[in-house]
Design a protein around this ligand. Structure first.
Ligand SMILES: Cc1cc2nc3c(=O)[nH]c(=O)nc-3n(C[C@H](O)[C@H](O)[C@H](O)COP(=O)(O)OP(=O)(O)OC[C@H]3O[C@@H](n4cnc5c(N)ncnc54)[C@H](O)[C@@H]3O)c2cc1C
Length: 390
């Protein structure tokens, strides 16, 4: 399904970016992406080409090799890759979260060390906040960073961390040991993958994707002082600078997937004829597909709003919009893939058509990085002012 819109909503530069990414991604397509995923291999060729063209670092500052754009631009890149059947999950954690946090809060030396590689795709970062005993309640994370002279010692466990085996380093969220209030006082640490005491094991998942998820064990991992990104006491402000882009990019990931599935279903419904007209003429199929198109467009508008607010520096307003966009896009993706599979009948479940493979992937945006129930909690409390139940 092509992206619709007008110059009122998107500048000519952004429309050109959309087109250029779509052209590149179509040369790879879902056959390439699914074959790599099924073989358990990374999509390095596509990643490298997108990086070289400047698409992966389009949001990062020009002085460190980026494109000087915003999260809105990066979201366009991911949405178009997904719409062509190549949704790159690592874009969410590498340039969107890690790149943003380092660009906004890193020291000059950290920026010089990490950003050029993140911008051209030659380096990748994973991001780790989720813990087995905390889950959605990130206030309960217990990964602790203790000072030892000039160094830090990091100890804890993480779960479901995407793509570690394909990354150079992980940006971990920990908390400082002296936080006595019990409130979340997150700190962010860069941990290179080969650091002693940092172990990770793949979790067998049912997702057909080129990235795997990992359990992480951090056992007194010794880090130099400059592993800490940003201010030890800046707390939530710094974290949300990274988490809002995460939600906006997750929305883009889901929207790309949704557009891809809907496009495939519509093409099929126009051709496949088992009575006297193509199956797309039957309203039992046409209306649910039309509903999917409406849901996708609504979610795209909200994602655009979230990106524009974030890029304008309005972190609080962007937080609400990013949550709503992530929710709407997650629902749109789940509905679009479900309806696409149904539209193809038996072919919806074959490997040849590749839509059945998206059934699990399309659920990811309902669960991660924040579940749909937690987004509804956020909207209930912050937008509607309703009391909290938990
Ligand atoms: C494919 C995939 C990739 C991921 N990649 C990463 C990554 O790279 N880095 C990272 O840090 N994490 C990652 N995650 C983790 C993801 O962010 C978590 O799975 C998510 O935050 C939910 O946590 P949980 O799985 O522990 O579920 P739980 O917190 O145990 O929740 C289980 C269910 O209970 C519901 N629930 C919990 N609390 C409430 C409440 N108060 N009200 C109503 N319902 C509630 C939830 O909505 C959910 O439906 C990934 C997850 C997946 C599936």
């Amino acid at each position: 399904m092509p992206a619709t819109g007008s110059q009122l909503l998107e500048t000519p530069e952004r429309r050109a970016l959309r087109q250029a990414v779509a052209d590149l991604a179509r040369r790879y397509g879902s056959d390439y992406f699914l074959a790599k995923s099924r073989a358990g291999e990374p999509v390095d060729e596509l990643w490298a080409e997108a990086g070289k063209a400047g698409y992966l670092g389009v949001n990062l500052p020009v002085e460190y090799g980026g494109g000087g754009g915003g999260i809105t631009d990066l979201a366009i890149v991911l949405e178009e890759l997904g719409a062509a059947g190549c949704p790159l999950l690592l874009m969410v954690v590498s340039p969107a979260i890690s790149g943003t946090v380092i660009a906004r809060f890193g020291t000059e030396e950290q920026k010089r060390r990490w950003l050029p590689g993140l911008a051209d795709g030659s380096r990748r970062f994973a991001f780790g906040i989720t813990e087995p005993d905390a889950g959605s309640n990130s206030h309960r994370i217990t990964t602790v960073a203790r000072r030892d002279g000039e160094d830090w010692l990091l100890t804890g466990r993480k779960v479901f961390i995407s793509g570690i085996d394909q990354c150079d380093a992980v940006l971990f969220v920990a908390r400082t040991e002296d936080s006595r209030t019990g409130k979340l006082k997150p700190c962010l640490f860069v941990v290179p993958r080969d650091t002693p005491g940092f172990e990770y094991r793949p979790i067998p998942m049912e997702i057909v994707a080129p990235e795997r998820q990992f359990q992480v064990f951090l056992d007194d991992v010794r880090l130099p002082a400059d592993a800490l990104v940003g201010d030890e006491n800046a707390g939530l402000l710094q974290l949300f600078a990274g988490l809002n882009p995460e939600r906006i990019l997750t929305a883009a990931f889901a929207l790309g997937l949704a557009r891809h599935a809907l496009g495939r279903a519509v093409d099929y419904a126009k051709e496949r004829t088992v009575w006297s007209t193509p199956i797309g003429a039957h309203q039992g199929l046409a209306h649910p597909l039309a509903q999917c198109a409406v849901e996708i467009e609504l979610a795209r508008l909200m994602a655009q709003k979230a990106g524009l607010l974030y890029d304008a520096g309005e972190d609080v307003a962007a937080g609400e919009a990013a949550n709503m966009a992530k929710y709407a896009a997650g629902e749109a993706a789940a509905h679009a893939v479900d309806q696409a599979v149904q539209t193809l009948g038996g072919n919806g479940l074959t490997q040849e058509y590749g839509l059945g493979a998206l059934l699990v992937a399309s659920r990811v945006a309902r669960v991660a990085p924040v579940s749909r129930e937690m987004v509804l909690n956020y909207v209930a409390q912050h937008t509607l002012g309703l009391p909290k139940s938990y």
